[in-house]
Design a protein around this ligand. Sequence first.
Ligand SMILES: CNc1nc2cc3nc[nH]c(=O)c3cc2[nH]1
Length: 374
Amino acid sequence: MSLPNHFELLATDGTARTGRLTTPHGVVRTPAFMPVGTAGAMKGMHWREVRDAGADIVLGNTYHLMLRPGAERIATLGGLQAFTGWNGPMLTDSGGFQVMSLSDLRKVNEKAVTFRSHIDGAKVELSPERSIEVQRLLGSDIAMQMDECVRLPAERSDIERAMRLSLRWAERSKRAFETAPAGYMLCGIVQGGDIPEMRRTSARELVDIGFHGYAIGGLAVGEPQAVMLAMIEETAPLLPIDRPRYLMGVGTPEDLLEAVSRGIDMFDCVLPTRNGRHGMAFTRFGQINLRNARHADDPRPLDEESEWPAAHNISRAYLHHLVRSGETLGAMLLSEINVAYYQHLMRGMREAISSGTFEMFQQQTRAGWARGDI
Ligand SMILES: CNc1nc2cc3nc[nH]c(=O)c3cc2[nH]1
């Protein structure tokens, strides 16, 4: 049974697309990058800065929020937007991926994933039904089906097992989601590892089940970029052209440019904030490591032409000093600079696709990265 479509495709340029996704908490301009607010906060940033940087939507992690402060508590406090103060759209993942990467003593069977909380060791069972219930309690605008993501490289048998389990969990997630109010969305997740025929099977059966949008999962899990891009090329054409496509956990600015050119609309990644906390800046000239001694006496800002204040009115010398001194302000400034760079890159792509100049935009952007920092 097909679900209502809240996505409007505005323009295409080759296989790149730009559109608008309407959610209960606002409109998301695509291609869109979702900064990751793991436990209901954007590490090192105020929501005001996230919004000013241009982000329409942020991601929250079901795994973290259900363990602390708890889904029922957030629901009682009015849901994620009221609880956190971020008043825009939020996407939550199902929790399954974090269970596999963060908890121990975890077990996967047909019914659910069971694990011990990394916070207090409590035993927790996360089924597709409970994952959907948690995401509904959080009030997220876009929920994800419960799936099983296999890290690569992996045995064919393991990839197939996880892909077929994820399809059965897709059915159960959709049934559990049926009571959600109009406007709230559920995405299916394509699995299939690095095996084209598994990707095709997963995509086709997922579309038969029918979702508001489709995520491509099981990537950015250790495979080379070429394999990731090949799997996108295998999968994206099998997804409905008029519904959003979300590549989970991706990625670097280079990944974003390549994936948008292959038809991806939405992304999430911890890199802008995580690398910012480690002294790395994303710029038009590529990544700059502010720990490097070469910045100690450099009075120049990171990028005179950036519209983001901290990128054009703070010296590299000062950023270097803050990073070397372990000052919290260093992590804060680089986090906002990086989130703003990612958002400006997405805006540039949206504008280029709308004006039919995406190919030139790609070339100019790559040339800036290749030029490097001088
Ligand atoms: C950082 N890389 C990455 N983050 C991911 C999150 C995911 N969630 C659910 N399902 C996935 O397949 C999945 C894959 C992912 N890869």
